[in-house]
Design a protein. Structure first.
Length: 201
């Protein structure tokens, strides 16, 4: 009876799993259901692990403008969050590889190669971002990396060049030093991010 109940539950949840796995190359979405079995006291027991499910009250809007702003935020998060996760992965991989290089000269050369590769690969994507998406990306990089975009750049390319990028961003009304505040100003963004990560929206 227990096995049939678990199988039925798994079949009911299968559409959720398939929806979450639509694009496996997208780092935002991960499978929502994992089914396995384990040995307990000589008996095999099936188990199921599920993705976190976030339950929030339905958003209420005072007017159509607020509703459109919320829809735009959802769209922007879906577009920008995968990029922020890729930035995190690049930083981790680069940092780990730099630790294996013995000399400063080799590290500097590797950083230049990585920077050139990043510019080549991501410049076309960045050109397609709107101003609001660019500002959101700066905040989501802070969320993913636990350091602002400016601090991350400073660690790799030094204070002078990161200062130039900060000045460039500032000229357009943005700041690479902008932090992410999930319990403050970015509370609604955090809610959307969590729901996007879990495949709920």
């Amino acid at each position: 009876m227990r096995k049939e109940l678990l199988l039925l539950l798994a079949l009911l949840l299968l559409p959720l799993t398939l929806r979450a796995q639509d694009d496996l190359s997208d780092p935002t979405f991960v499978p929502m259901v994992k089914i396995g079995k384990t040995l307990v006291g000589g008996d095999t027991i099936q188990y199921m692990e599920m993705q976190n499910v976030y339950v929030y009250p339905e958003p209420t809007f005072k007017n159509r403008r607020q509703q459109q702003a919320y829809a735009r935020l959802v769209r922007n998060v879906k577009k920008v969050l995968p990029l922020a996760k890729e930035v995190r992965q690049i930083l981790i991989e680069t940092s780990e590889y730099l630790e294996t290089l013995p000399t400063k000269k080799e590290r500097d050369e590797h950083i230049k190669r990585v920077e050139k590769s990043i510019v080549k690969q991501y410049k076309p994507k960045m050109k397609k971002l709107t101003f609001a998406q660019g500002k959101l990306l700066i905040k989501l990089v802070d969320r993913e990396c636990h350091s602002t975009a400016y601090e991350a750049m400073q660690a790799f390319i030094g204070p002078v060049r990161s200062g130039m990028w900060q000045a460039f961003a500032w000229a357009f009304g943005a700041s690479l030093k902008k932090g992410y505040q999930p319990d403050g100003v970015d509370r609604l963004t955090e809610r959307v991010v969590l729901m996007v990560e879990s495949g709920q929206i």
